[in-house]
Design a protein around this ligand. Structure first.
Ligand SMILES: [Zn+2]
Ligand SMILES: [Zn+2]
Length: 276
């Protein structure tokens, strides 16, 4: 079912393999080859979840790192060694992740697009408490998808870049009340809600408000297991999109423990397998 989507079509595809503080990885590809945005799950889970969606190991031709936190880089070195993959990272991320000695490291700079696995990749600078974190906009020359998580606060640059994408994976980390009343120690609460922490649901809605007609689908990502609920984040997003007259925008929540469907972006529309 999923296999033909990736192997036989020349459309841009995106499949999240897991999203949240216990590990992140997302496959973005076209025509049977592509890239992993982050490798924060175990090698075993990455392989199992790719296989579950009909994506062969060999399709992965490189790793794009967003930042050096363990839930994003956990398996990067092992995967790069085992599969001989280039790892694309800013100098700060490479230093923070301890992979500057990796022979396949390709140093990138925020704001400077490059080509990898036949895709155009634009790293977009974001605020987060690491050395040089980025979000990624990935395109095939026709359509674009974005992976944007671990963001301290909305920025004009991020909104501008996401506005060019039909498919946006965006952090909805926490509900401010749940965070305030939740189990985290005070210093962690301050960090999470601070300008270098994570996007709250209201902040993510603020980002969505800035996006225009190109947007077709939003995948709510990196939800906190303690300080958010999928149904809450989804209903807030749905309410806001309705208020904006954008009930045409499809919404979905990404989980920590299983791969998402393989979304296909073609001619400005986003398709889910089994649906048109
Ligand atoms: Zn994270
Ligand atoms: Zn992080």
């Amino acid at each position: 079912m999923d296999l033909p989507l990736d192997s036989a079509s020349g459309d841009l595809v995106l499949c999240n393999l897991g999203s949240g503080s216990r590990g992140n990885a997302t496959y973005v590809g076209r025509g049977g080859r592509g890239l992993l945005v982050d490798a924060g799950l175990t090698v075993r889970q990455i392989r199992l979840r790719l296989a579950a969606r009909g994506i062969p190991d060999g399709a992965v031709q490189g790793i794009l790192l967003t930042h050096e936190h363990g839930d994003h880089v956990h398996a990067a070195r092992r995967l790069a060694d085992r599969w001989g993959l280039p790892v694309y990272a800013t100098a700060g991320t490479a230093a923070g992740a301890g992979i500057r000695d990796l022979p396949t490291l390709r140093e990138i700079r925020a704001g400077e697009p490059f080509t990898a696995a036949g895709l155009t990749v634009e790293p977009v600078s974001i605020p987060h408490d690491t050395q040089d974190p980025v979000a990624y906009v990935v395109g095939d020359g026709r359509d674009r998808a974005a992976v944007a998580t671990d963001i301290g606060e909305p920025t004009g640059l991020l909104v501008e870049k996401l506005a060019a994408c039909a498919l946006v994976m965006l952090e909805f980390n926490h509900d401010p009340v749940m965070l305030a009343e939740g189990p985290y120690p005070a210093f962690v609460k301050r960090r999470v809600r601070g300008p270098l922490g994570h996007l709250s649901n209201p902040q993510a809605l603020e980002v969505l408000e800035g996006l225009g007609p190109t947007l077709r689908r939003v995948l709510l990502a990196h939800l906190s297991q303690h300080n958010n609920r999928p149904a809450l984040a989804l209903s807030e997003a749905r309410t806001r999109m309705l208020a904006l007259g954008r009930e045409d925008v499809a919404l979905g929540v990404l989980g920590q423990y299983e791969a998402s469907p393989v979304y296909r972006v073609a001619d400005g529309e986003v398709h889910e397998p089994g649906r048109t």
